[in-house]
Structure formats: structure tokens, C-alpha cells
Write a protein that binds this ligand. Sequence first.
Ligand SMILES: [Zn+2]
Length: 77
Amino acid sequence: MRLNGLVCSQCNDSADFVTPLNGTTLLAKTRTGEVIVALHTRCEEPWADKNNCLALVPLRKIFRSYNRALVSNNAVH
Ligand SMILES: [Zn+2]
């Protein structure tokens, strides 16, 4: 498996990249807007506290529903 070298936004540990095994890429909704962040599972809570995050949504779930939407659109044509 190829790692994309995503560094956790909370601990910034370049020796411990965020992978599907230890964390995930998330869409974070904050008061100032939405940002995409990579976070270890253990780092989600401290990051959310620090950044006044309102919601953290795993990006993979969003992509999955996008794909489903695309498939159903194509079926119509
Ligand atoms: Zn981390």
C-alpha cells in the first residue's frame, strides 16, 4: 500500500504518517468554514477542541456517497 505521506494536523509527527490503520482524513466543519485535515484517531479530539471544530466527517464516507450519486446519474443518461 502506498502512503501519501499525510502528516497529522494535531501532532505534526512526520515519522508517524496518518494511514487508514491509525487515523483518517476528515472534513472538519469549523466556525470559519470547512477544512480537510488528516488526523490520527487519538488526535481527533484534541484537534477538535483546539480548533473550535463543530463536526468531523470522515472523508472516505463522503467520497463513497459522491460515487453512488455519480453512478445513479449515469444510469439516468
Ligand atoms: Zn496525530
